[in-house]
Design a protein around this ligand. Structure first.
Ligand code: IDC
Length: 403
């Protein structure tokens, strides 16, 4: 259409009509949250012998403080927008005209075992988890997120914020800088119509109760700030382990979830399980009494094999909503050889049950779980040589998804 020939009155009417439609659409989206009907049943306990836990270790780390103190590594452009502008009205279309994931699916909730979209259809979230954001902040930028969405066909990103190590929020990290990174990440994801997980990355602190007070303050602040953001998901404890028993997770969740829900009534919340998020059977035996929560299972294919897949299958079949917020196809140290046979068995199971899956990690660290090779400093448009073996494998999985 030649704009020079458009009648100005008609143009004004069209503009008015478009604005009205956007406004109505925004209302429908914003109010479209459904109340979930079921919580996981407190059915019979399933008991399994725990596999030998593998504790991730690392010696040669840059502390997060060093990384975030370097002004060149923190995102500068696209300052977070104020809260009035919600994701419902931002960039509803991708450049090629397809709707964004959020525009298509809206607010999510949990129905039975399924993560469900605003139309009542099951949805599978998929995407990358960052490495520790203090450590690799350079990947939190709109260009990378856009590429992950449009080039890699993902609809979700996980922002992993360590609580204790690697410039941890409760230890040697700068809380203000870390929150800026989270805010940047949430805003970029929101502008692009992607779902985003704010991950409180409990690991060496083992028991989520260790930093419970900090967690309460953090999630209170986040859920206030993102009360109107239906694309934000809260993951309250990455991987409880050792002293982090199911009893302590329940005690912790019993204080943190109500704080989030007071601000953001229907947000989906992910709850980590003991033994580095492997003991979902304990959650099945004694589920939490909240709606819209999912229980977290993590696997590293070269370490966690049939027995953990069987546990996942049994738990889902028994009614437990399960979410894989982190996995790798190497061993549980995040390094070592990848196991493609095991990886493919996991992929098949995940697809059978439509489980959401986020891959660890979006970085170029010299370890097999990083999707980029150490020599690659590109933030997007990665080619074969830029990607590690896991990187190529996960890209192909994402690209093979229908939607
Ligand atoms: C690993 C990182 C590695 C880092 C280590 C300790 O890949 O670079 O040195 O943490 O901070 C997890 C954890 C995740 C681990 C990952 C691999 O959630 O933080 O990342 N892993 O060990 N659970 C099982 C494996």
């Amino acid at each position: 259409m030649n704009f020079a020939t458009v009648n100005p009155t008609k143009k004004a009417y069209s503009l008015f009509a478009v604005c009205t439609i956007l406004l109505i659409a925004s209302c429908i989206n914003g109010c479209g949250q459904k109340t979930p009907e079921t919580t996981p049943p407190a059915s019979a306990a399933v008991s399994y012998s725990a596999a030998a836990p593998v504790s991730p270790t690392d010696e040669d780390i840059l502390t997060g403080t060093e990384a975030i103190e370097n002004p060149d590594e923190t995102p500068k452009e696209d300052e977070p927008m104020d809260n009035e502008t919600t994701q419902n009205t931002i960039n509803p279309e991708t450049p090629d005209g397809a709707q964004t994931p959020f525009a298509r699916h809206g607010a999510l909730h949990v129905e039975g075992t399924a993560l469900t979209d605003s139309h009542g259809d099951p949805i599978q979230l998929r995407g990358m988890s960052t490495h520790g954001i203090a450590w690799f902040p350079e990947y939190i930028n709109p260009e990378t997120f856009r590429y992950l969405r449009s080039g890699w066909n993902t609809n979700c990103i996980r922002l992993a914020m360590y609580t204790a190590e690697n410039g941890g929020y409760c230890t040697d990290g700068s809380q203000e800088e870390l929150k800026k990174l989270i805010q940047g990440g949430v805003e970029y994801a929101t502008e692009l119509g992607m779902y985003v997980i704010i991950d409180w990355h409990v690991l060496s602190d083992q028991n989520p109760l260790t930093y419970k007070e900090e967690a309460i303050r953090f999630f209170d602040e986040m859920s206030k700030q993102y009360a109107d953001y239906d694309n934000v998901i809260y993951e309250i404890c990455n991987e409880p382990n050792n002293a982090g028993t199911w009893e302590s997770v329940c005690a912790y969740a019993g204080e943190v979830i109500p704080v989030i829900r007071a601000n953001s009534k229907n947000a989906v919340i992910l709850v980590g399980t003991p033994t580095w998020s492997q003991d979902i059977d304990q959650a099945l035996a004694a589920p939490l009494d909240y709606d819209n929560i999912m229980y977290v299972l993590h696997f590293y294919a070269a370490t966690h094999t049939d027995w953990l897949r069987e546990r996942m299958r049994t738990c889902i079949e028994s009614g437990l909503p399960v979410f894989v917020s982190e996995f790798g196809i190497c061993d549980a140290s995040g390094n070592g050889a990848v196991d493609l046979e095991q990886a493919n068995a996991w992929k098949e199971l995940i697809e059978t049950y439509n489980v959401s899956y986020l891959c660890w990690n979006l970085a170029n660290k010299n370890e097999s779980s990083s999707i980029l090779v150490p020599g690659c400093s590109k933030l997007s448009d990665w080619n074969e040589e830029d990607l590690s073996e896991q990187g190529r494998w996960i890209r192909d999985w994402f690209l093979g998804e229908k939607e």
